[in-house]
Design a protein around this ligand. Structure first.
Ligand SMILES: Nc1ncnc2c1ncn2[C@@H]1O[C@H](COP(=O)(O)OP(=O)(O)O)[C@@H](O)[C@H]1O
Ligand SMILES: [Mg+2]
Length: 335
């Protein structure tokens, strides 16, 4: 039985007004998130991942022009007031960003910052809030919570600061946590700990997670579904196994070849995708990926491929040759 979706993003389009005209950063992006589900949004730098997250949470700059829908429990987040949005953010949606130092107040003790989040979005009184802070700090694995609460952010390591951000995101018991490249600034060993922590704590709280990353590798043990973005569009989306074992879009194939997979240590096969993503002011004709695509034919230069179902349940790809690519690779699982 299919659950109804918690968040339903439809045809999200985001452009930025500039002296050179409209910069189309996101173009017709659609995806859904079910209650308690963990999805990953992956794509190279500049593919529109952060712009998507910002548009959904009302954090876009004033020169942004946003259209489409983003329904959370039926309420269109793109059409509510700034004031209502502030209540949603930190209330029903918790956020974790790449650089916690940009989000934490350097002059305020860790405990007080988490407490502020608890007080702002729950009905807790001072005493209850103190208790909640210690509980949250313990849940996110910060050692000796009562002592650590008295520290300032600069006393903490990058990993510990990210744990603080997760505590703040969870303070309001959100329905959704959006984590935008939460581990990009961290050492590899710490990265895995933070991703595991995010999965564990969000599960405890029953929160759904959108994990945004440029690294398909870190989604392997985390995401149930993956949305692959290219040039502001969905290139492919599906359950994690479809994406890893039956990729249907040449861009996904390229991403898979450029990460180390946990189940295969053949580093000699790491091949980055040739070329660079297009600039949003100069998008290629037809399929936006065609200039970098080893499978490109004339039709790809002329017609944009629609996002269409391939094979398994919920598996969609925007490629004229998706079925051929899947068929060709059947029985040959290693990309
Ligand atoms: N405020 C802005 N004004 C103009 N262009 C922007 C703005 N913010 C982002 N962009 C452009 O939108 C595209 C997508 O950016 P972004 O969503 O940050 O990518 P990423 O997938 O790396 O998070 C990029 O080409 C970026 O330069
Ligand atoms: Mg980004």
């Amino acid at each position: 039985m299919e659950q109804t979706s918690l968040l339903d993003v439809r045809d999200l389009t985001v452009g930025f007004e500039s002296p050179y005209g409209l910069i189309q950063a996101v173009n017709g992006m659609s995806f859904t998130l079910k209650q308690g589900e963990r999805i990953g949004i992956v794509g190279e730098s500049g593919s529109g991942k952060s712009v998507t997250a910002h548009a959904i949470t009302g954090l876009q700059p004033s020169n942004a022009r946003v259209s489409g829908e983003a329904r959370l429990d039926g309420i269109d987040l793109l059409r509510i007031s700034k004031r209502e949005m502030r209540r949603v953010r930190g209330g029903r949606i918790g956020m974790v960003f790449q650089n916690p130092l940009h989000c934490l107040n350097p002059a305020m003790k860790i405990g007080a910052q988490i407490e502020e989040a608890v007080l702002a979005h729950t009905g807790a009184d001072k005493n209850e809030a103190r208790q909640r802070v210690l509980e949250l700090m313990d849940q996110v694995g910060i050692p000796s919570p009562s002592r650590s609460a008295q520290e300032f952010p600069h006393h903490f390591s990058g990993g510990m600061r990210q744990r603080v951000m997760i505590a703040i995101a969870l303070a309001c018991k959100p329905q959704i946590v959006i984590a935008d490249e939460p581990t990009t600034a961290l050492d590899v060993t710490i990265q895995a700990q933070i991703i595991d922590l995010l999965a564990e704590t969000c599960e405890t709280y029953g929160a759904a997670v959108i994990l945004i990353t440029h690294d398909l590798g870190i989604l392997a043990g985390f995401a149930e579904r993956i949305v692959v973005m290219y040039a502001g569009r969905v290139a492919e989306q599906g359950e994690v196994d479809s994406i890893y074992y039956q990729p249907a879009h040449p861009y996904t194939l390229g991403l898979l070849q450029s990460v180390t997979r946990i189940d295969e240590a053949r580093r000699d096969r790491l091949v980055p995708i040739a070329g660079n993503p297009p600039s949003p002011v100069l998008l290629p004709s037809g399929c936006v990926f065609h200039p970098r695509c080893p499978y490109a034919q004339t039709v790809c230069r002329e017609q944009a491929p629609p996002l269409e179902r391939v094979g398994g349940f919920d598996h969609m790809a925007a490629c004229h040759f998706a079925d051929e690519i899947v068929a060709q690779r059947t029985g040959n699982n290693a990309p």
